[in-house]
Each structure stands twice: as C-alpha cells, then as structure tokens.
Design a protein around this ligand. Structure first.
Ligand code: DGY
Length: 382
C-alpha cells in the first residue's frame, strides 16, 4: 500500500478537498497525509472535512503541521521532509507519493502511472508534463543549466523537470533521503533540487512518467513572484558544487504526446510587470559586483540603469555568467541576490523576445538544445 502526501500552505480548500478525495479513493492508497505549513484557514478547512472524507472513502486522512527540520528558510523542504519522516515512523506503507495540493488537473491517473512504474521495479518515479514556453524559467535557466555545467556526464541534466514536486519514492529511497543530512537541511525551495540530486547520486533507477494534460496553475505576475524560489534554487545548486556523481543511475523517460492549446498558447508571466525590474533598486555595490562578469555582460546590465536592455544576455553570455555565479555568488548577501535576480530576469526576457515569440515547438527545441550544448561544452571542459 502507498501513502500519498500533500504539503500545502494557503490554497483553495475546494481544490485541496478534491485532490485529497482523489487520493483517498484510489485502490493503491492506504493512507493520505496533508502537511500544513502553518495553522491558517486552509489548515482549518482540511481539519473540518477530513473525517467525512475518511468515512466516505474508507481511507484514513491525517493532518499535521510541518516540523522544523532544516536550517534554511522554513518552507516546502520542511513540509516534504516531515512527510518522509511520517511515512517511515508512522506507517508501514511501501511507497510514498507527493503531490502539490493546488493542482487543478489532478486525477487518479497521476497515482496509477506512478504505481505502475514502481511495480516495474523503479525506485523513484517523477511526473513530468508540458509547460508553456515562458513557464519553467528556473528549471531551464538555473537547474538544468547548473546540472549541465557541473555534472555533464551524468543523468542530472537530462532530468525533464528537476524541480517537480510530484514524485513517488519506495521505502528504501525515503530511508536514504532521511539519512542524508544535506537533504534534511534543505528546508526551503531548494528541496526539489536536493531530492533530484541525491537520488541520482545514489545510483537509483528513476522513471519519468508523462502527464499529458499538464499541471494547471495561474500565470505568474511579474517575475518578482519567483524571486525567492530563484535565489533558493540557485543556492541549492551552488551548495552542491564539488560533489562527485557517478554514472550508476538508470533513467527512463516516457514518450510524450500532443500538447493541448491550453499550454501551447499560455503566457507564463506578465512581461509588462517584469520589464521595469531591470532598472529598479540598483545600489553602488551591485554595480561593483558586476565587475566579476565578462565585460559585455557587465556593460549590458549597467545600461539598464537608464533603459531596459537584455538582448545581449544570449545563450553564450548566460553560460559565462552562470559560471561566474557558481564561483563568486555569496549566499545570503542581499546585493548578490539582487544581481542574480536581475541577470536572470534579463536572460528570461531575452529568451522570450528571441525564442518564445517564435512559438511553442521552436522554444522547446531551443531550450533542450541549449542545455545539451552547455552539457557538451562542460564535458569537453571548454
Ligand atoms: C520552474 O522554473 O520550474 C518554476 O516552477 C517556475 O515556473
């Protein structure tokens, strides 16, 4: 039997109830756990409906608050690691699934797909799905780029959605993740990076299952909405620099299918609310920190103090900038955070203007080739 865990913060209680019901009704599921970040309105709503849910489905539905486990910002990592510990200490289930509580396209097939891959012997199952051409900009520009630069010979840069929070782990995998101090320390948005990294480093068998309908969520406002996630995901990658990863992991990716118009036509972020970020809130020290970067990047970024400029941050400039960031970035330093954020914003707008505008197919091919190009270059040591 499996345990299904939904970590949540403040979400639409109706969506959470629907998703918990889907999980509790699934024949492979023996128990459902909701892990709340704090005791707010969604937590109260789950508390109010969970007994009825358990009674009508015949599956126990538990609700707990996340523990303080790691040393970073208390966030999603503490929530997921609380779920892992509950799985090991409070249940004898064989598998644990994680799903975000706010998915509006969730259904029993998400669980069935993961279960059947685990039945075929995979240790880790990761869900992946089509995402709009301007979505997944941390995934592509930070995590997949970082994996390509740092571990080009491994499966890491080939993981489709390394920041995906929809996962299945077998019990031995959960034991290894709870025993891994790096993973347990990562209490913030960096947790997905650490789960991905640790399972590939451990040489496990990883299967990526394709969910054709995608994961529906609202458009982001300006890219500011993603600032904390960006900083935490970059810091997580940087903290792993120097780690050795072998080639023992096996990795299979399920074939993809036609992508619905709701995704190919979707706009990922609000460009108008983003553009002005390039010129805002500069400090003298941020301008000075740009001295670490190649001259073209430094001058292009500095020009933003008077007028938005971003086309210079092309694939090559991002490769060089990323290498500099890996070496020079100081975690927790607000000026470095601002420099990282502004560079990423310029890179994302540059990509939007030159690639995403050419359409869904073109942009997906471009991003995959970009990461593969970085990977080959890093492999050659150039
Ligand atoms: C990503 O980049 O994957 C984040 O979820 C933001 O879209």
């Amino acid at each position: 039997m499996s345990l299904v865990v939904f970590p949540f913060r403040t979400e639409d209680p109706k969506v959470v109830e629907f998703n918990l019901r889907v999980a509790a009704s699934h024949p492979a599921v023996g128990r459902v756990l909701a892990v709340g970040a704090e005791e707010e309105s969604t937590y109260q709503a789950v508390e109010a409906f969970r007994s009825e849910l358990a009674a009508t489905t015949g599956t126990p539905v538990d609700l707990i608050l996340q523990d303080r486990i790691g040393s970073k910002r208390p966030g999603k990592g503490d929530g997921m690691n609380t779920g892992l510990r509950y799985f090991l200490n409070e249940t004898d289930a064989e598998r644990i699934h994680f799903y975000d509580a706010d998915i509006t396209s969730f259904g029993p097939d998400w669980i069935t797909r993961a279960e059947s891959a685990a039945d075929r012997g995979h240790d880790v199952v990761r869900h992946f799905f089509p995402r709009s051409s301007t979505d997944a900009m941390i995934t592509w520009m930070i995590t997949r780029t970082g994996f390509a630069l740092l571990w080009p010979h491994t499966e890491l840069p080939r993981i489709e959605q390394p920041l995906g929070g929809e996962l299945l782990f077998t019990r031995p995998v959960a034991e290894a993740l709870v025993a891994d101090a790096r993973v347990q320390d990562q209490s913030d948005w960096g947790i997905d990076t650490l789960y991905t990294f640790s399972t590939i480093q451990a040489g496990l068998s990883v299967y990526e299952t394709y969910v054709p309908q995608g994961k529906q969520h609202a458009m982001y406002g300006g890219l500011t909405d993603l600032r904390t996630m960006l900083v935490e995901c970059f810091s997580a990658i940087q903290s792993l620099t120097g780690e050795v990863v072998g080639v023992g992991a096996t990795h299979q990716i399920e074939a993809t299918a036609a992508v619905p118009a709701s995704i190919t036509e979707k706009i990922g972020y609000n460009l108008e609310a983003t553009l002005h970020l390039l010129g805002e809130d500069w400090t003298a020290r941020q301008a000075e920190l740009l001295g670490h970067f190649p001259t073209g990047v430094k001058e292009g970024m500095l020009a933003n103090r008077s007028t938005p400029t971003f086309l210079f941050l092309d694939e090559e400039a991002w490769f060089l900038s990323f290498r500099t960031l890996l070496e020079a970035y100081v975690p927790g330093d607000p000026d470095w955070e601002a420099v990282l954020f502004r560079l990423w914003v310029a890179r994302v707008i540059s990509y939007t203007a030159t690639r995403a505008l050419r359409g869904y197919e073109h942009s997906q091919r471009y991003l995959a080739e970009m990461v593969d190009g970085y990977r080959r270059r890093a492999e050659l040591g150039s």
